[in-house]
Design a protein around this ligand. Structure first.
Ligand code: NAD
Length: 284
């Protein structure tokens, strides 16, 4: 059984991971670069944990003090050194992820598995900057983490069977199942879904339909739960843009070129739900 989990990055996914770990009674060390972001994350974690049993009656009602007692906030990456399992959730940018893996490899126990919560970046590439490529595995959690029962797990070229079993055991503690796929940039989910979201942005840019119309066609005509642009807002438009850049660089295929409207929204600070504005407006 895993007891103490290191979560690196306290943004959309780090917050979501911390909520799920709290709801399952695990101790969390949550790392970010600023105190300000950690305070924001703590407030959001407490609020989501409080509402979680209203959304899913099977989830426990926890007191804020219980959550706080198991949640350690820190700006020092070295504080995750004694954790049993690490999930990294920093931005989808290799220049940010790479030094983190190099440092984690130095400070963590030899047997510790690193779960890479990336949208697109190759797991084999992450493994390549560590001395433990067999213990690196892709864990593509979905947002909001505590409501998603299944995640895409990615086996890097050198990921061992033991690591896959460890990742599945960790997920079982969170009442989640894994669909294990092989490694290639974007994996299954995002290699497909990002084309979808990007093309939806092009449709809006070309004036064929509004964001609302595009999403309604997917929901009302195709029966999807969410439209592609609502999904992009939920993920974060900056994250979608960075993922498209990773896909484009890797495959050198123009089908992954990022829609200029998407870039413009990100330049304007419109990053979707987390910033209060994206294709839609949100009152935080
Ligand atoms: P985000 O921008 O919301 O959060 C990233 C956080 O990492 C920020 O709080 C930032 O301050 C922090 N950070 C930056 N540098 C750091 C460092 N050196 N050490 C510690 N923290 C640092 O991004 P996100 O949406 O949470 O995405 C994180 C990762 O998860 C990305 O690789 C993304 O592709 C992937 N992902 C995102 C989603 C989604 O729906 N948003 C889903 C699955 C996977």
């Amino acid at each position: 059984m895993f007891k103490k989990i290191g979560i690196v990055g306290a943004g959309t996914m780090g917050i979501g991971m911390s909520v799920d770990l709290a709801l399952h009674g695990l101790e969390t060390v949550l790392v970010d670069v600023t105190e300000e972001q950690l305070q924001k994350a703590e407030a959001e974690i407490l609020q989501t944990v409080r509402f979680a049993p209203l959304v899913n009656k099977k989830l426990p009602r926890l007191q804020a003090d219980e959550v706080r007692a198991r949640l350690h906030l820190t700006t020092d990456l070295d504080d995750v050194a004694d954790c049993d399992f690490i999930v990294e959730n920093v931005p989808e940018n290799w220049s940010i992820k790479e030094p983190i893996y190099r440092r984690l490899d130095e400070i963590c126990k030899e047997e510790t598995v690193f779960g890479v919560n990336t949208s697109c970046i190759s797991i084999t590439k992450v493994g390549g900057v560590t001395k433990r490529p067999d213990r690196i595995i892709g864990m593509h959690f979905m947002n909001p983490v505590y409501l998603k029962p299944t995640i895409e797990v990615i086996r890097g070229y050198l990921t061992s069977d033991e690591t896959v079993a460890n990742a599945e055991a960790f997920l079982a503690q969170l009442d989640k199942d894994a669909i294990v796929v092989n490694d290639q940039t974007g994996f299954v989910s995002n290699r497909i879904s990002h084309l979808f979201m990007n093309e939806a942005a092009f449709v809006v840019m070309d004036g064929v339909g509004t964001a609302k119309q595009v999403d309604e066609i997917f929901k009302k005509c195709f029966g999807h739960k969410m439209g592609p642009l609502e999904t992009a807002d939920l993920i974060g438009l900056d994250t979608v843009m960075h993922s498209l850049q990773v896909l484009y660089e890797e495959y050198q295929d123009p089908k992954f070129r990022c829609c200029p409207l998407l870039k413009k929204l990100v330049d304007a600070g419109y990053c979707g739900r987390k910033s209060g504005q994206g294709f839609y407006s949100y009152s935080n």
